[in-house]
Design a protein around this ligand. Structure first.
Ligand SMILES: [Zn+2]
Length: 194
């Protein structure tokens, strides 16, 4: 049941023409920040009719069925709280997110690959503690040498991130397209600037 709510978010709403709905957990925080939890409008409308969500805000646009007209929801909130997963899956996306989509040796943002800190050839395993995001030049420069031999330095020691930590990281990557009605829910608990 919970799985229904977590997967398959709209990755790239083409502008806002497709009228995606921001999905909030019952505590009014987005189910996910990155990717932002957006449903296609069809799913949002369906969830409204199934009484799974309440409408928080709407687009001006309407959809017509033979029997009724409804305004497309722009923000919906789940009626039942979905408990966030505690364990963070070891995926390419989550690893890049942990590392802020930056090379952990030089800080560059482009052309990212994965690097085994202790090279596989030397028995290094594929784990949170031994894999970092690295740009191609750094990866090439390091090759199968140890960190010390390569002369490269890690920005931070790699480790398994906590779910909350990863969620906070995700908030630093706002989507390209934001509907006005979403903004309050994306930043309402951000610290206020003095
Ligand atoms: Zn680099």
């Amino acid at each position: 049941m919970q799985g229904d709510f977590r997967t398959e978010f709209v990755r790239d709403p083409v502008g806002l023409r497709q009228h995606p709905a921001l999905v909030l957990n019952a505590d009014y925080r987005p189910l996910s920040y990155y990717p932002l939890s957006l449903w296609p409008w069809q799913e949002a409308v369906k969830a409204v009719f199934l009484d799974r969500v309440d409408i928080v805000a709407e687009y001006d646009a309407e959809v017509h069925s033979p029997s009724m007209v409804i305004r497309i929801p722009s923000v919906v909130v789940l009626r039942d709280f979905v408990r966030p997963q505690k364990r963070v899956a070891f995926t390419r996306f989550n690893l890049f997110l942990r590392d802020g989509f930056r090379c952990q040796y030089c800080g560059s943002k482009g052309d990212l690959t994965f690097d085994h800190v202790i090279p596989r050839a030397r028995g290094g395993v594929t784990s949170w503690e031994n894999v970092v995001a690295a740009c191609s030049p750094c990866n090439l420069r390091k090759g199968s040498r140890s960190l010390r031999q390569s002369g490269l330095h890690l920005t931070r020691a790699p480790r398994r991130p906590g779910a909350e930590e990863l969620r906070d990281r995700g908030r630093r990557f706002p989507p390209h397209h934001l509907h006005d009605s979403w903004i309050d829910f994306l930043y309402w608990d951000a610290e206020l600037e003095a």
